[in-house]
Write a protein that binds this ligand. Sequence first.
Ligand code: 13P
Length: 256
Amino acid sequence: MSTRRSIIGGNWKMFKTPSEAATTAKALKVKLINVEAVDVVVCPPAIDVLPLVEILKETNVAIGGQNMHWEDEGAFTGEVSATMLRDAGCSYVILGHSERRHVFGEQDSDINKKVKKALSAGLTPIFCVGEKLDEREHGRTREVVKKQVAAGLAGVQLSDPADLVVAYEPVWAIGTGVNATPEQAEEVHQYIRELLGEQFSKGLADGIRIQYGGSVKPANAAELLSQENIDGALVGGASLDPESFTAIIKSAEKVN
Ligand code: 13P
């Protein structure tokens, strides 16, 4: 861990109805009452954003979207815009998640348009990258991550490192119970920071938070988070349960 403030995100994916989300948010509100040293963001399904913003309004828990369209508005059935997320009370949005890339066919060029739109709308993108298992097995991790970073962030202007969060999520570690080892993750995080230095400047790259995502749970969080270039976690399954999500946040506080 470094001088960068940890950021723990919960990606609820397509879990929790509005009433289930409200119950979880109320539990989180109580459990996280004294958490101040770590940034916390919960990214629920779009339909749960408004009730969560209301329940968590006087807490340190920020709300984020899981995806958005790059246009301001229009005939795009099923989509939400950056302005809609912002107006509803979101401050973050996950972009380029591997499920968007590999289940819904999102391209780097789509993600690039979304990153630019999110920034101009005042949302902080949580920009996800990561290699698939066969890519890692063929020694292509760096090549894949480099292409995703270069294409996803092409032409992006940044003045404050706090305006962008990057999440390294190796696809083979997502929802599998097999996390990257702290050493495997740290190696890629360090490389991503180098790439961010080339894209922006070393100064900005040093301040950008890079989260690790993929089977993070209370049992492995502290070890992952204690790596120099791992500045937080993007948590899927373990974020659905207030108990385990809180335990991960408390680990982040300890290694801060
Ligand atoms: P799991 O924590 O369930 O592996 O999911 C990680 C993830 O995809 C977070 O965005």
